[in-house]
Design a binder for this molecule. Structure first.
Ligand SMILES: Cc1ncc(COP(=O)(O)O)c(C=O)c1O
Length: 449
């Protein structure tokens, strides 16, 4: 039979010799060539409906014409001049816009970096500088990035620790309140009490409250498995920071910019964070991240504590300005919310049919489908997840897993209903074959991390 992934397979063999393994989480041999809207083409000419958006980096779609035009126009004018020395106009434009669209009507300032990781590093810097304290608290299951600072805030993969310790000191991890771990006979209030208890135990045994500088949280954990923080827990956490002079920061790098059916995932809660970080879709995948924080906090450090030669690059900022305009002009928050409800119904119907689906967690056009060996034990079913995403890829739908057993669903927010329905037809068939035991796919390499 003709191998329709021939070029991809060949290039992966070469890549193994020239590209370091830590730079790619392996799912299958796939070399991307081009993309448009919600469609991706590989180097062999195969077409896929993209249910990933390049890890939530292309919320406005691949090659969005307005973003492409903005990039081209700026490239003709100036590719780069170091914003660490002299401003360009776009720095002011995009900063003003971000101040405007982020929660909180207090005075704010913005700072750009090149990656989500670097933005989260700044959270450690500002929390310590502003409060004069040292300890930063993060959550188990969180993914905040892979620079030393942001990796130290993360607690989701041993590969982000092995052979690299010691990490940045004085970071501690609170057990994340994952509602999928709620006991059957427990109410949500009892569950929150139990998890709040885990946290307050830490304060009684080894973390002096007076030494805590900051807390960082993904209001909806993404790589951790698409887990929304219970509202009551979030409220207690925020109140705790108000009482104890602690900087409260939210990481919106994955879940921000309309992804969760709100502009920011913290908008699911009635909370105005001290600092918010954003990246990925901020400039449609061009390297740009931003920290938006209360002015008094953002004034607590001096240059060059967080200067990067290429942070605030004008082409990236032009892409960002037009991306935000598209999100607003095309009502992508509402679109994400409404199509997300539609997708949730579809996935829940699949759950009714297939017991391999343990949980469906959809927030906007965004979420995770947890595959388990049994609903009682909730034991992760890595093999089924690996087989399923491989089947989907071979049949024109691009999906991967987080945590090994949670299907990641993050299509571009401009995806048409027709494309969405088409992808659901293929997903449904995949689950049908999986249940019948006829997904004869050999997973020869380890998938995911
Ligand atoms: C929630 C979250 N924070 C931070 C990061 C790191 O961003 P970057 O890969 O741009 O450094 C990611 C990337 O996946 C993320 O999902």
């Amino acid at each position: 039979m003709e191998n329709k992934f021939k070029k991809s397979n060949e290039l992966y063999k070469i890549a193994n010799d020239v590209y370091a393994p830590t730079g790619q989480i392996y799912f299958f041999d796939l070399v991307i060539d081009s993309g448009e809207g919600s469609i991706i083409y590989d180097i062999d000419g195969n077409e896929y409906i993209d249910l990933l958006s390049a890890a939530s980096s292309t919320n406005v779609g691949h090659k969005n014409p307005k973003v492409v035009e903005a990039i081209k126009t700026q490239a003709e004018k100036l590719i780069h001049y170091i914003p660490g020395y002299f401003h360009n106009e776009l720095i002011i434009d995009v900063s003003k816009k971000l101040i405007d669209i982020t929660p909180g009507d207090f005075s704010k300032k913005v700072l750009f970096s090149n990656s989500g990781s670097a933005a989260n590093d700044a959270i450690i810097k500002f929390s310590r500088a502003y409060t004069g304290k040292k300890i930063v608290l993060s959550f188990t299951g969180s993914y905040h990035g892979t620079t030393y600072g942001s990796m130290s805030l993360s607690a989701v993969s041993l590969n982000m620790r092995r052979k690299m310790n010691p990490i940045v000191p004085e970071v501690e991890y609170i057990k994340f309140p994952n509602l999928y771990e709620k006991y059957d006979n427990e109410t949500e209030k009892e569950f929150v009490d139990r998890y709040w208890g885990y946290f307050t135990d830490m304060l009684k045994t080894h973390i002096p409250v007076d030494d805590i500088a900051g807390i960082i949280i993904e209001p909806i954990q993404a790589d951790g498995g698409f887990l929304k923080t219970p509202v009551e827990y979030m409220n207690r956490l925020y109140e705790f920071t108000r009482k104890n002079n602690i900087v409260f920061s939210v990481d919106e790098i994955n879940q921000g910019l309309a992804r969760s059916g709100k502009m920011w995932s913290i908008d699911h809660f009635n909370i105005k964070p001290d600092i918010l970080t954003t990246a990925k879709s901020l400039a449609s995948g061009m390297p740009l991240s931003a920290i938006i924080g209360k002015s008094e906090i953002m004034d607590s450090l001096e240059a060059p504590a967080h200067v990067f030669t290429t942070a605030g690059n004008p082409i990236c900022l032009a892409a960002s300005k037009s991306t935000i305009e598209v999100i607003e002009d095309e009502n992508l928050v509402e679109r994400s919310r409404d199509l997300g409800e539609y997708a949730k119904e579809k996935f829940n119907k699949l759950k009714d049919k297939h017991k391999v689906i343990g949980d469906v967690r959809i927030f906007g056009l965004n979420g995770g489908i947890e595959l388990v060996k049994s609903r009682e034990s909730k034991e992760p079913d890595y093999e089924s997840a690996g087989k399923l995403i491989t089947y989907l890829k071979e049949n024109g739908v691009l999906m991967i897993t987080v945590n090994g057993n949670v299907l990641r669903f993050q299509p571009p927010l401009i995806i048409s209903k027709h494309e969405l329905n088409k992808s659901f037809d293929i997903i449904e068939e995949g689950f049908r074959l999986l249940e019948k035991g006829s997904l004869n796919i050999d997973i020869d390499k380890k998938i995911g991390w």
